[in-house]
Design a protein around this ligand. Structure first.
Ligand code: NI
Length: 248
């Protein structure tokens, strides 16, 4: 169930049977010469909707813009600063916690969000207790990175080996191709691809990774692969959402 498609009485009714909610979070950032700028948000959103369907859980609107400062030397990237994202998450969860939600399951599509999300969770716990929201000690946040699901990692390794890389990966591009087959881009990719450089500032990043890919060969992606990744991620995250709800 998508929150944006519910009325408030429906949400009130939902809260009588569950205090859990799924929050898709992605990024709006360059994904190499062929990857959609919205790749991370699209993957997180579709997988979250899939898990929502399996579990009957509510799914919030997708947080489309995340922490992507190191990609901002490529046009089209939009980023929040980590401090802004922390406050965004805090406001987002405070609204939901006031309504009675207690278990927040983040389905994340972007590695660059992880450090900031973890910092945000610490701040949120303290903030909600300070607000004296009833039973705020029951508030729990769980971060689930779909691309790190064991089955997803295993399939990517089998299909792409080393060419999976770590950004603009064929696995994530495949998921976008499955959902948006008409948006598949054709652009010649060089055989050589940069990899292994540490991440510093945006200009340094573009210098090290000139076409935006990090060790990946997204030309290997197909919509059929995308369907496989999607189904595995939904299955594994459905199990992990159920387990998260059952822990006290
Ligand atoms: Ni990505």
């Amino acid at each position: 169930m998508e929150l944006r498609m519910c009325s408030w009485p429906e949400v009130e009714e939902y809260l009588k049977r569950s205090n859990g909610i799924i929050i898709p979070i992605g990024s709006t950032e360059q994904h190499g010469p062929t990857g959609l700028i919205g790749t991370d948000a699209i993957c997180a959103e579709e997988i979250a909707k899939g898990v929502g369907k399996e579990t009957g859980a509510l799914v919030t609107p997708t947080i489309n813009v995340g922490m992507a400062l190191h990609h901002t030397a490529f046009p089209g990237t939009i980023s929040l600063r980590p401090t802004t994202l922390i406050l965004y998450i805090q406001d987002f969860l405070t609204s939901l916690a006031k309504a009675g939600f207690r278990k927040f399951f983040f389905i994340n599509g972007h590695g660059g969000n992880i450090a900031t999300l973890k910092a945000a969770f610490s701040q949120v716990y303290e903030h909600l207790e300070a607000l004296k929201i009833p039973e705020s000690e029951q508030v729990k946040c769980k971060l689930a990175n779909w691309y790190m699901c064991p089955g997803v990692v295993e399939l990517a390794k089998k299909l792409y080996g080393e060419e999976e890389g770590s950004h603009a990966t064929p696995s994530e591009i495949a998921v976008t191709q499955y959902f948006y087959p008409d948006a598949v881009k054709h652009f010649p990719l060089t055989k050589e691809v940069a990899k292994g450089y540490p991440i510093y500032g945006p200009k340094n990043f573009r210098h090290c990774y000139p076409d935006g890919r990090m060790g990946s060969n997204p030309a290997l992606a197909t919509p059929a692969h995308g369907q496989q990744f999607y189904e595995i991620a939904v299955r594994e995250l459905t199990a992990s959402y159920r387990e998260f709800l059952s822990c006290s």
